[in-house]
Design a protein around this ligand. Structure first.
Ligand SMILES: Nc1ncnc2c1ncn2[C@@H]1O[C@H](COP(=O)(O)OP(=O)(O)OP(=O)(O)O)[C@@H](O)[C@H]1O
Ligand SMILES: NC(=O)c1ccc[n+]([C@@H]2O[C@H](COP(=O)(O)O)[C@@H](O)[C@H]2O)c1
Length: 360
């Protein structure tokens, strides 16, 4: 830890010569992501290191801890940096949900969110992840995880950037969403470090993938190899899921704070939900509103998995609401019936079960 603080101190004079905006102030604690939106610079630490080292006093610049696992030095003067480096904060969009079954609207969420984030000029979406919930969620009518996973995989085949991740789904027990976010953020961090180590070992740099930052010219190779900031994982959801944050005992308050402060939300408007009003009426969400990106879906589309299952049970066509391969999969496995809709009937949803205090 002390070694890392020393590295930060050593780097200051070198970085300072590129301009006052690079003064470094590595804070302890966990600032909100909005303070880190333009995170750039040197990845300094790994697991749970909360470095406190004041290396520069100018108010025009700061570094910050962008997540519990990484310390990055960033530029405070974002407009200058944007213009100078044309770099944007990399984002991984994570959508959790039942996906019972996945619909074309689920895929649209990713496209809408990516368009919006790119239009801000501040972000570059590098990946989308669909993470179907585990059977342990115990939602009524939830068909087996393996089927929901397979359908999501078939749907994602049409995209070159949306992937399906089985980590959450294949667990026997339900995982709280904040833990899923932490898992994927950690994965990003390890991925970046592995990439850095691989390059150091092979001594090669592949194409443009990890171009040496011009600001790194006289910084030791061992540090520069890790100079690309880790992508931020953000939760992607519809406005109904955002509103579910207000359902008593469904979400732990500290988890809501962590989601909106440390990760951030990208929320797509949905018929029947008023996300703006909900944010206004919630003190926590209002406090972190700069880290909640509300995306207006102008081509409104109220496809829902519940409606699709209902139509399937009634023998009605759902073609063009789901990708064709998903429809074929449902037919081949005879997935949705009156019987399947009764699954978990009478059971309490796992988050409610966990968060409801038992009477003394
Ligand atoms: N039409 C839609 N508009 C906006 N968001 C949507 C839409 N459909 C799904 N979502 C979002 O996709 C995520 C995963 O949704 P989920 O798997 O629960 O599907 P769903 O269609 O909402 O299911 P259900 O009908 O059971 O509520 C959630 O964040 C949800 O808000
Ligand atoms: N406390 C929590 O972390 C919490 C509570 C309720 C739902 N969720 C998640 O939100 C999503 C909701 O999906 P559905 O809209 O299909 O019910 C699921 O991924 C579920 O795991 C998380």
């Amino acid at each position: 830890m002390l070694g890392l603080s020393r590295i930060a101190r050593d780097l200051c004079p070198r970085l300072r010569k590129y301009g006052p905006w690079y003064d470094i102030n590595v804070y302890s604690g966990l600032p909100s992501r909005q303070e880190c939106q333009h995170t750039r610079g040197l990845l300094l630490s790994g697991n749970n290191n909360h470095i406190s080292s004041e290396a520069g006093r100018d108010t025009g610049a700061r570094g910050c801890i962008s997540n519990p696992d990484a310390v990055v030095l960033n530029s405070w003067d974002s407009s200058y940096t944007m213009e100078k480096s044309k770099e944007r904060t990399e984002v991984v969009l994570l959508a959790t949900g039942s996906f019972n079954p996945v619909t074309v609207m689920h895929l649209r969420l990713f496209e809408l969110a990516r368009d919006y984030l790119h239009s801000t000029g501040n972000y570059k979406v590098v990946k989308g992840i669909i993470s179907p919930v585990s059977d342990g969620y115990k939602k009524k009518g939830l068909v087996e995880g393996q089927h929901r996973l397979s359908m999501a995989q078939l749907a994602a085949q049409t995209s070159d950037w949306i992937k399906v991740d089985a980590w959450e789904c294949l667990k026997k027990d339900w995982t709280e969403t904040v833990a899923v976010l932490r898992h994927h953020q950690q994965h990003q961090l390890l991925g970046k470090n592995d990439e850095g180590n691989m390059e150091k070992k092979s001594g090669s740099r592949k194409g443009n993938k990890r171009k040496r930052d011009s600001n790194c010219q006289d910084i030791p190779d061992s540090i520069c190899a890790e100079s690309k900031a880790v992508p931020q994982v953000k939760l992607l959801c519809g406005a109904d899921m955002l509103e579910s944050l207000g359902t008593p005992n469904l979400w732990k308050p500290e988890h809501i704070v962590e989601i909106v402060s440390s990760f951030g939300l990208v929320c797509i408007t949905r018929m029947g939900s008023d996300a703006r009003k909900f944010i206004y009426e919630s003190d926590i969400l209002w406090k972190y509103r700069n880290n909640i990106h509300l995306v207006e879906e102008w081509i409104t589309n109220d496809i829902s998995s519940t409606k699709v299952r209902r139509a399937l049970r009634r023998g009605m066509s759902v073609r063009y609401l789901l990708p064709d391969p998903v429809l074929d999969y449902i037919k081949n496995h005879d997935l949705y019936s009156e019987e399947s809709e009764e699954k978990n009937s009478g059971l309490i949803l796992e988050p409610l079960m966990r968060n409801t205090k038992k009477p003394q």
